[in-house]
Design a protein around this ligand. Sequence first.
Ligand code: M6R
Length: 364
Amino acid sequence: GKGNYRHFMEKELHEHPAVLGDTLRQYLDPKTLEVRLPRLPFDPARIGRLTISACGSAFLAGMVGRYWIEQLARLPVDADVASEFRYRNPPLADGGAAILISQSGETADNMAALRLLREAGQRVLSVVNVPESSMARESDGALLTVAGPEIGVASTKAFTAQLAVLACLAIGFGRARRELSTLDEGRLAQTLLEVPSHAAAILEQDAQIRELAMEVAKARDVLFLGRGAMYPIALEGALKLKEISYIHAEGYAAGEMKHGPIALIDSDVPVIALCPSGPLFEKTASNLQEAAARGGRVMAFTDAEGEAALRRFAERVIVLPRIGEFATPILYAIPVQLLAYHVAVLKGTDVDQPRNLAKSVTVE
Ligand code: M6R
């Protein structure tokens, strides 16, 4: 049941800390700070390229995964939504490898991609939440997210659990490919292990996020901006908002705004910025300043180090816990999901069962 929560989505949002802890402990030894992966269907040190495919939020997790794997393991990654993947007729070298990501493990588009991949001689690893699902069974190997059942149509804890698994995979690949030292691995593992308690702290900022939601609920269009691994989180924020509040939202790479979408900016469009301190901060902040200079209402998520710079032009700044750059996509996914939740509640939509959508999409 929902316990004391109004909706399954709210309950599931509050499960983030526990689910992240459980999923990380599955693949990371908190004592030795080592990633421990089960036997994989391919050797990450011997592949020249990796395909990632999934749908919806799971695909956005895959986009973050691409970023991490390319950074930490120097392995080229191709990421495509499953419904398009096969129409590209992608050239796949024999002996190649792929990762499919899914909460349900029953998404028809993924199953079609899975079959195509296997016919093309690829070894397929699934990251999946339902162990007895078709995807888990038909893949060459499966890594489970430890999210428990997810009832709300909008994916929440399953998404961050997917990110946790992909983060561990990226570290494991990095080590296997000799791109990461033991020291690097320990540092990254330490950062990941800080995520659950910071996730709990973010859930306690609920009232602040609800205030932001009251502004967002009045808008007709909303822009979400991020750079680097925060760009897929901007897309996740926009997807969640569309899905459950029916407000039109778009996610954009912050630097791409000047190539078109900046024309949309006026004083009616909230610009939600995902802008943690770190190597991408300065450039992102200057993109946001451009939006503010054109009358845009910048509402930024950042940390204590980014706060002062953003306060100069942002209408609202929500200060999140500071964490190593590596883990910021996992952490920043939580407030954007929470924001969409509150906007939907304010709008009175059917949060757990939004119109036209199904939890598991079994048609192509
Ligand atoms: O079960 P799956 O993870 O394969 O589902 C994929 C998408 O249908 C799913 O992520 C969808 O986008 C969610 N409703 C997003 O919140």
